[in-house]
Design a protein around this ligand. Structure first.
Ligand SMILES: Cc1cc2nc3c(=O)[nH]c(=O)nc-3n(C[C@H](O)[C@H](O)[C@H](O)COP(=O)(O)O)c2cc1C
Length: 215
């Protein structure tokens, strides 16, 4: 049944963004916005971000992953290296990330280069995951066709048995990526669709060019 959504409309008026008062480094602004989002969005999946890759078939592919850490160098998430996204990144490591925090009427878009995290950092994160998630990383061939639902449960039981009474090692096909940004855009919704858009572009290792974009 078709549905017309043309009346779905909000007036954005929560905040403003001024290029003359933003910090020189976008990671600082990211931190400020993230902290506000944690409060305002009641922490519900506030670290969920859309990750787009250039698919092997030429189609862009997008999916949600969880941001697990950010540093001055970039944004870290974990996944299966053999997944669709893992294969896409191996071929072309240019990716984009997007956050949307509706209550704050904010979006952040990040363009960057994805690199595998050093093994010791992936090991460190894997060790602190709940045992169930550790077993899941072994049991599920992410993005591959599987014969039926029970296949995952059977795989889970198999690895649960295999690692009984032992620490579970990180599978080599599972680990982190860091997305090193080359461009970060902060979007603050404004009335009449005259939104504030401030874009940072990396000029060299340390300095960013700050520009305002039309909405
Ligand atoms: C809220 C949310 C968080 C997710 N977090 C992750 C994550 O951190 N890592 C991951 O590999 N998949 C995560 N997923 C699943 C992915 O969206 C995706 O289905 C999976 O990674 C396979 O993607 P691919 O086939 O494009 O590689 C999450 C999904 C949702 C809805």
């Amino acid at each position: 049944m078709p549905k017309d959504l043309s009346n779905y409309r909000r007036v954005y008026q929560r905040g403003e963004l001024d290029e003359n008062s933003v910090p020189e480094n976008p990671i600082e602004l990211f931190r400020d916005w993230f902290v506000e989002a944690e409060k305002e969005e009641d922490c519900i999946e506030v670290n969920a971000m859309s990750l787009s890759t250039n698919g092997l078939d030429g189609f862009p592919r997008i999916r949600v992953v969880l941001l697990k850490k950010w540093t001055w160098e970039g944004f870290i998430f974990y996944t299966n290296y053999n997944s669709e996204k893992g294969k896409a990144i191996a071929q072309n490591n240019k990716v984009s990330l997007a956050f949307f925090w509706p209550k704050l009427e904010r979006q952040i878009k990040i363009k960057g280069l994805a690199e595998k995290l050093p093994e010791n950092l992936s090991d460190g994160y894997f060790e602190q995951r709940p045992r169930g998630s550790q077993i899941g990383a072994w049991a599920s061939p992410q993005s591959e066709v599987i014969p039926h639902k029970k296949f995952l449960q059977q795989g889970y039981q198999e690895f649960e048995q295999k690692f009984k009474g032992q620490e579970i090692p990180r599978p080599k096909h599972w680990g982190g990526y860091i997305v090193k940004p080359v461009e970060i855009e902060f979007w603050q919704g404004r009335p009449n669709r005259l939104h504030d858009r401030i874009r940072y572009r990396l000029l060299d290792d340390y300095s960013w060019k700050i520009e305002r974009l039309g909405s």
